[in-house]
Design a protein around this ligand. Structure first.
Ligand code: CA
Length: 226
């Protein structure tokens, strides 16, 4: 489980990171609002812990901008602003929970567990683009009349492309988002995975039969019907 902590106070950050590491969570830390927002948008986290009074962008702005892109990551606001209007504003901007400072790290962990536990049913269960439909829970994919079960990795790759139909992604971008690998491992894992997806969803011979289109020398994209 990967958690992003957006907090500018070094002492609190250190305390939260230690507490969450003890509870078995992997924590990434951003110490201002702009870095925090970039991190929310660039990588995948299971949950975000967000301070409100932050340099560059405040927590409300971070949350509002993240939600405006359609990002649904669960967010717990952790703030010294304890008045009701601030709390209501937090929920209004799309927070899932609000924990006032000072706090016990045990309570934070309990709230994280509660949120992650009920996360799945509230999330989008179906992604549909043209003739392609992906069921997030069962990892069953339908492409025209063909139905196939994907492995976790195959499903993630297909879902990643399906979120931006027609957009070409390089192998490096796919590696970063689907494998969480930020360097070039000099292997062809992406190509192999794409090939497996193509085989599973083949509805005829040749490239046209697949929902994934190879763009020579550049990367891959989800095929968009004319
Ligand atoms: Ca702060």
């Amino acid at each position: 489980m990967k958690i992003l902590l957006i907090e500018d106070e070094p002492k609190i950050a250190e305390f939260v990171i230690k507490g969450l590491a003890l509870a078995g969570y992997e924590v990434t830390h951003a110490d201002d609002g702009a870095k925090g927002l970039a991190s929310i948008l660039e990588s995948t986290h299971d949950l975000v812990i967000l301070d409100l009074m932050l340099p560059k962008l405040n927590g409300f702005e971070v949350l509002q901008q993240a939600r405006a892109t359609g990002n649904t990551v669960p967010v717990i606001i952790l703030s010294a602003k304890v008045d009701l209007p601030d709390r209501l504003m937090g929920f209004d901007k799309g927070a899932d929970d609000y924990l006032p400072k000072p706090f016990f790290v045990e309570e934070l962990v309990a709230r994280i567990k509660a949120l992650l536990h009920r996360k799945t049913p509230e999330q989008i269960q179906q992604i549909s683009v043209n003739h392609l439909s992906l069921d997030v829970v069962s990892r069953k994919v339908q492409w025209f009349g063909t139905t196939a079960l994907m492995s976790q990795r195959e499903f993630s790759l297909l879902a990643f492309l399906a979120r931006s139909p027609g957009h070409i992604f390089s192998r490096q971008q796919i590696l970063k988002h689907v494998w969480d690998i930020g360097f070039d491992p000099e292997t062809n894992v992406v190509d192999v995975c794409v090939l497996r997806i193509k085989r599973k969803l083949a509805r005829g011979p040749g490239e046209q039969g697949s929902p994934i289109e190879s763009v020579r020398g550049v990367g891959y994209r989800l095929r968009v019907e004319d």
